[in-house]
Design a protein around this ligand. Structure first.
Ligand code: SF4
Length: 431
């Protein structure tokens, strides 16, 4: 009888990529995906603990699975991702009904738990991995993180930085673009650290240059940038390689040097501004987004005002903002006091969201009436959707197909998305 798996994924694109990899491996054994736990033989929770809310969602999901198991559900449960540290004894005690705990990228144990082995002793994955259903794919290029920012649990859960060999990544992407994939996003917690641990020390610019040669590959993106690791060489490669999109996600986290110091981010605001200035000098059309944490330990009104000032000066295309919540196991949890009241955190969060909505809308409104290159990712409610080179979501009508790179005339913009018509179908302007 066909076995079915249900994968629930929380958190960053690295987890999305890990879930896709696990799914590709299970598919190879003839298992089928299912949207529901009702007919699943295996339920996988791919967890995130970067924020308190994400961890709560995983724990409450586990509670529901426990009830279903008690009621007679026959599925096995695997918990993977950042909830699983090097030691899982506590987790085993807390969740005894879970069949297996897997650390990020530690897939082999999952297959063993399921009794799945390769007759030929070969890889669990088809050579064509990544095997996504659409034209875009996430490709992890460096795992882990060495930075140890004081608030962050990632280095403890995902381990030290480990780059994948350039040739292995190139082969994987070559297979992917042989199929439906037209755009790859190169992933790392600090993606510009790519290669420092490899023989010959290739960097992200070398990797993007190598991938650029691949026929059928239309676009290359990369996530997430760590300001200190962004070198002029990498920024220049984005300018010089036509397939690399002018899109940067550069978490700043706070606009005040003392706060950055307490976070141990390893750069000053002046240095951060220099990187942004260089990008904008070389690529005025570049889109830049950032992440901010409000209410970090000891953050004063004056320090928060500096963050607001930075955001209004730089005018990011998008700001992902979160209120600080202490994560057990981190340096901040052990050594700093979480002393900003919840109400103050919420007020600061709303202040940024309000500023951001205005800035994003103004930036997007400038695109009204322009023509943008869009990679078509799908169709929903009678309209196509896809992203511009600057990673803005566009819904549009007209004659096209999934996987096409098409020119779209932008008719209307909001803070969150753009609407348009394929240029060939756009009405001529009446002058
Ligand atoms: S750079 Fe800092 S915030 Fe980012 S994953 Fe590493 S430790 Fe966490």
């Amino acid at each position: 009888m066909t076995q079915r798996y249900h994968i629930w994924t929380e958190g960053c694109q690295m987890n999305v990529a890990d879930s896709a990899k696990l799914a590709a491996g299970l598919d190879r054994f003839g298992w089928l995906p299912t949207e529901s736990t009702d007919d699943a033989d295996l339920v996988v929770l791919n967890t995130c603990v970067v924020r308190d809310s994400a961890e709560h969602r995983a724990v409450s999901k586990l509670g529901r699975l426990k009830v279903l198991k008690r009621q007679g559900a026959g599925f096995r449960i695997v918990v993977m991702g950042c909830m699983v540290g090097p030691k899982d004894d506590d987790l085993r005690k807390r969740f005894p009904y879970v069949d297996h705990f897997a650390r990020p990228q530690a897939f082999e144990g999952i297959f063993e738990t399921l009794g799945l082995t390769q007759d030929d002793g070969g890889e669990f994955w088809p050579a064509t991995f990544p095997a996504p259903s659409g034209p875009t794919a996430y490709v992890p290029v460096i795992h882990g993180c060495d930075k140890f920012c004081t608030y962050c649990i990632v280095p403890y859960r995902r381990g030290r930085e480990a780059s994948r060999p350039l040739i292995e990544i190139k082969e994987e992407v070559a297979h992917a673009v042989h199929g439906d994939v037209r755009e790859v996003t190169l992933l790392g917690q600090t993606v510009e650290a790519y290669g420092h641990d490899l023989p010959g020390k290739p960097d992200l610019a070398d990797l993007m240059t190598a991938l650029h040669e691949l026929p059928n590959l239309e676009r290359i993106r990369f996530l997430t940038s760590y300001p200190k690791d962004m070198t002029p060489r990498i920024i220049e490669a984005v300018r010089d390689l036509p397939k690399v999109c002018e899109f940067f996600n550069i978490p700043v986290q706070a606009g005040s040097d003392p706060v950055l110091d307490r976070m141990r981010r390893g750069y000053t605001i002046a240095e951060y501004r220099e990187k942004v200035d260089l990008i904008r000098d070389l690529m005025p059309q570049a889109s830049i987004t950032t992440d901010v944490i409000v209410g970090f330990c000891g953050e004063t009104d004056a320090e928060f005002a500096e963050t607001l000032q930075l955001l209004s000066d730089i005018r990011f295309d998008k700001v992902h903002v979160a209120a600080y919540s202490p994560r057990p196991g981190t340096i901040a949890f052990r050594q700093l006091e979480d002393d900003v009241p919840l109400e103050v955190k919420k007020a600061r969060l709303h202040a940024i969201e309000e500023l951001e909505a205005r800035v994003s809308e103004a930036i997007n409104l400038r695109l009204e009436g322009t023509e943008q290159e869009v990679l078509v990712e799908g169709r929903r409610d009678g309209r196509w959707f896809g992203r511009t080179r600057s990673n803005k979501l566009v819904h549009f009508v007209g004659d096209t197909a999934i996987g096409d790179v098409t020119t779209v005339h932008i008719d209307h913009a909001t803070a969150w998305s753009l609407q348009g018509t394929t240029a060939a179908d756009a009405l001529p302007l009446l002058i």
